[in-house]
Design a protein around this ligand. Structure first.
Ligand code: 0O2
Length: 244
């Protein structure tokens, strides 16, 4: 069965209930995939870069505001065509080095198609916002058709998530004239959060190196003890032979 996009659904199917059903189903599919990846990490590597996963359906008033801001009509058709983040999944990881590793693993999932990427980690926004955004489509198997549904996956560290969540509450949606210092202070906080990420990553690298060196030292010590044990055994054997 060939698949179609939500935009290609017939007008009879483009009701609020149907599209919300599809976006909810898409969130479930993507969350399950990410949860399986997370479990696999744990059992294969004894290390899990995924701290937590959050998901949400965009609130109707937020959809309306975004359509108006972008100059589109407030219709289901324009909503499914132009709003890419109605279904959103956020993957919060431990270290900045995990971001691209996770993005690559998501890109390798056979039934997810990566439509676009916005790298606000390498290219932070002017206000200091850092995160890695992927728009993917996931096929939803209905009884009579397969529909490819868009989901926005945001990948970020705990400290990026901390900053973005609070900035979202304090300022992001603020449409009035806030004093300049608020913008400057928030940007400074973003720099602090980024500095924290860099220090935690350096500490993690240092401890990994220490662990590796320590393991190598233990192995060397075990080898030396084995050599000493064997030479002692040889010496004992030869002195026993001499005595006979
Ligand atoms: P809300 O209320 O979170 O839903 P696009 O059409 O995809 O090119 P869009 O959707 O603006 O344009 O893309 P982008 O930049 O990837 O942003 C998608 C979402 O990322 C936003 O959705 C926010 O959730 C988050 N985001 C982007 N920039 C910022 C920022 O500066 N601060 C914070 N806190 N979050 C940000 P919405 O619909 O704008 O908002």
């Amino acid at each position: 069965m060939g698949s179609i996009s939500v935009e290609e659904l017939g007008e009879d199917m483009q009701s609020w209930e149907t599209v919300m059903f599809l976006y909810n189903a898409a969130i479930k599919e993507v969350r399950t995939k990410l949860e399986i990846l997370s479990d696999e990490f744990q059992y294969r590597n004894n290390y899990n870069p995924i701290e937590y996963i959050k998901s949400r359906i965009k609130a109707p008033d937020s959809i309306v505001k975004k359509l108006e801001r972008q100059g589109h009509e407030v219709t289901i058709k324009d909503m499914v065509t132009y709003i890419n983040d109605i279904a959103g999944v956020r993957l919060v990881c431990s270290f900045t080095s995990d971001i691209y590793r996770l993005a690559e693993m998501i890109g390798q999932q056979n039934d997810l198609t990566v439509v676009s990427v916005k790298d606000y980690f390498r290219n932070p926004k002017e206000n200091g916002y850092r995160s890695y955004h992927m728009i993917v489509t996931v096929p939803i198997f209905m009884s009579d058709r397969v529909v490819d549904v868009k989901v926005e996956i945001q990948i970020r560290t705990i400290s990026m998530d901390f900053w973005a969540s609070l900035e979202h509450k304090i300022y992001y949606k603020f449409e009035g004239n806030a004093p300049d210092y608020i913008h400057t202070d928030l940007k400074e906080c973003a720099e602090l959060a980024s500095g924290l990420d860099a220090r935690m990553l350096a500490l993690n690298d240092a401890i990994q190196k220490y662990r590796k060196d320590d393991k190598a030292k233990q192995q060397d010590k075990a080898k030396q003890e084995e050599v000493q044990r064997q030479s002692r055994a040889l010496r004992d054997e030869s002195s026993q032979e001499k005595e006979q």
